[in-house]
Design a protein around this ligand. Structure first.
Ligand SMILES: C[S@@+](CC[C@H](N)C(=O)[O-])C[C@H]1O[C@@H](n2cnc3c(N)ncnc32)[C@H](O)[C@@H]1O
Length: 537
């Protein structure tokens, strides 16, 4: 026998109750006409067998005609939340069995294998009877009937307890709770065909969801910090398979309890997942490993430190139209980083960490027809290195501010292409190297306002021969409300650099003023785009 005697008795009590169909015990206080508009459909109980597989046979041997077992997602989630247990450690099934006159019993079952530590959940749930309930099906599935029944229950001392609309079966369910002594009578469900959004709203269900959604948004800064702290601690690199959290705390020099709580929050964000008593990285979390391909580790640190501080003064940017970064740190961010080698290095690596957007550039750039590619403000050379590797005949020029050139040289050396590259220091508002037939401006124009963009493009136009190509990599603001990372990054630009994201049309105007014609626009990864423009005569 897989069921304990106590659970057997609980099932029998529920079955007997449903068989008798006597609603008066539940609804003694309700007006008689209540039952004219609804029927007692089911009674439900949660039990705790050793094994779900054996339970069906066990129930059948006791005379119940149970159907096939289905998984119960909702009860499993509620138990996981109520008892703070990982979902994957809980196996919950649902068996239905008809009893009399179209009524049935629902037997929810949480598997409690011998030796497991789930006994305490079983004891607590048997005592509270939180999942035990009776369900009424509304027989006149119109708004007035449902509304009247709801009012009758509320007037009789039942309190609203959530609900929802199940689109798969087109059914609305309202939950009610009361503090009746008998656990069987503490929860009532009203089940009505159709969607009744207004009833759910009246029941507090819709009002609760926007508040929950807004809470999630308002605490986005906590997520930024949690991910940033994980990156700073090197959690992703130090988490080994099945590593106890105590060992991870030792390896990272952190307080064990605090680390576990941080990991639980990161699990709720989808960065890690629980496995038994420990945690492992999800696909998102893998991107926080320093050595992961396209690692976002430096960006996670950047967004939780310098750019976090400046975002704290977003209001300044919105009020004045000037960048908060300069307001907070006293200098334009490029100048500020230039004086701090560690920050400059972090920034360069952070820029390179979203380099997956460069994936298609080599293929779209028409490299066979180019001889010399000039990367203007090329950062640490991530994009130039890719193009030089893709086209062995190509020569490159990396043009940058002095403090970045050294890092770029080292990176292109490592990529094995530094011998085909010249490194030129300079200021793109003063002039850029001539002699190239392909020019790159990757994620540069969005750092600046229109006036500065005109200056930069004018210097490029002076340096380039007619017919030379200019490739621009930027996130394009959609002309409509299509979701795009560009929308959030536009605010980032406003706050931190005084620049902006632009629509393709806006870039085309700036380019036309400088004597360029846009030839094509291609989508790249991470909501970026490649604009190809040609220098007109
Ligand atoms: C956002 S980063 C883009 C780097 C690279 N093109 C990429 O896509 O990864 C902008 C670059 O502009 C460079 N920069 C800023 N002001 C400059 C100036 N006046 N002259 C030349 N480069 C400049 C910065 O050093 C920085 O590397």
């Amino acid at each position: 026998m897989t069921l304990q005697h106590v659970d057997r008795l609980r099932i029998e009590a529920v079955a007997e109750f449903a068989r008798a169909g006597d609603t008066s015990a539940v609804l003694a206080e309700l007006p008689g006409e209540f039952t004219r508009y609804c029927r007692f459909g089911h009674a439900a109980v949660l039990v705790f067998p050793r094994s779900l597989d054996e339970l069906a046979a066990d129930l059948r041997s006791s005379g119940l005609e149970v159907g096939e077992r289905v998984a119960s997602v909702v009860v499993r989630e509620r138990l996981s939340r109520r008892h703070d247990r990982p979902l994957e450690t809980l196996e919950v099934g649902l068996f239905r069995a008809p009893v009399a006159d179209g009524r049935e019993i629902e037997i929810f079952a949480l598997a409690v294998p011998p030796g497991s530590d789930l006994d305490e959940i079983a004891a607590a749930e048997r005592a509270s009877g939180s999942e035990t309930h009776v369900g009424f099906e509304v027989t006149a599935p119109d708004r007035i009937a449902l509304s009247g029944l709801r009012t009758a229950l509320l007037d009789s001392g039942f309190a609203p307890d959530g609900g929802g609309y199940n689109a798969h079966v087109d059914v609305t369910v309202l939950y009610f709770r009361t503090d009746a002594e008998d656990p069987l009578l503490r929860r009532v469900e009203l089940v009505s065909a159709g969607a009744h959004a207004d009833m759910l709203a009246a029941h507090g269900v819709q009002a609760e969801q926007p508040a929950k959604a807004l809470l999630g948004l308002m605490t986005g800064a906590w997520a930024t910090q949690a991910i940033g702290v994980a990156a700073q601690l090197g959690l992703a690199d130090r988490m080994a398979a099945e590593m106890p959290t105590a060992a991870l705390a030792r390896a990272t020099g952190t307080d064990h309890d605090s680390l576990r709580r941080l990991l639980r929050y990161l699990a709720s964000l989808g960065v890690v997942r629980r496995t038994g008593d420990t945690f492992e990285l999800t696909a998102l979390g893998e991107l926080l490993r320093v050595d992961a391909e396209h690692s976002l580790h430096p960006l996670a640190v950047m967004y939780a430190t310098s750019f976090y501080e400046s975002f704290g003064s977003l209001a300044y940017s919105v009020r004045t139209g000037r960048e908060a970064f300069e307001h907070i740190f006293g200098k334009n961010h490029f100048d500020y980083f230039a004086e701090r080698p560690e920050l400059a290095d972090l920034f360069d690596r952070a820029m390179a960490s979203s380099a997956s957007m460069f994936g298609r550039v080599a293929e779209l750039a028409d490299l066979p027809s180019a001889r010399t590619v000039v990367d203007v403000a090329g950062g640490n050379g991530e994009l130039l290195g890719r193009l030089l590797r893709a086209a062995p005949h190509l020569r490159g020029v990396l043009f940058e501010r002095a403090h970045v050139i050294e890092a770029a040289h080292a990176a292109l050396e490592k990529a094995g292409v530094a011998d085909r590259c010249d490194f030129v220091t300079g200021d793109f508002t003063a002039g850029v190297p001539g002699g190239g037939d392909l020019y790159l401006l990757s994620r540069v124009l969005h750092d600046w306002d229109d006036a500065q963009c005109r200056r930069i493009l004018a210097r490029l136009a002076e340096a380039m021969s007619p017919g030379a190509s200019l490739l621009i990599v930027e996130r394009l603001l959609p002309e409509d409300d299509t979701p795009s990372l560009a929308v959030a990054w536009d605010v980032h630009m406003m706050c931190n650099v005084g620049g902006r994201e632009r629509t393709a049309g806006h870039y085309a105007e700036l380019l036309a003023e400088a004597g360029f014609g846009v030839e094509s626009v291609h989508e790249l990864a991470l909501d970026a785009a490649l604009l190809r423009a040609v220098k007109l005569s």
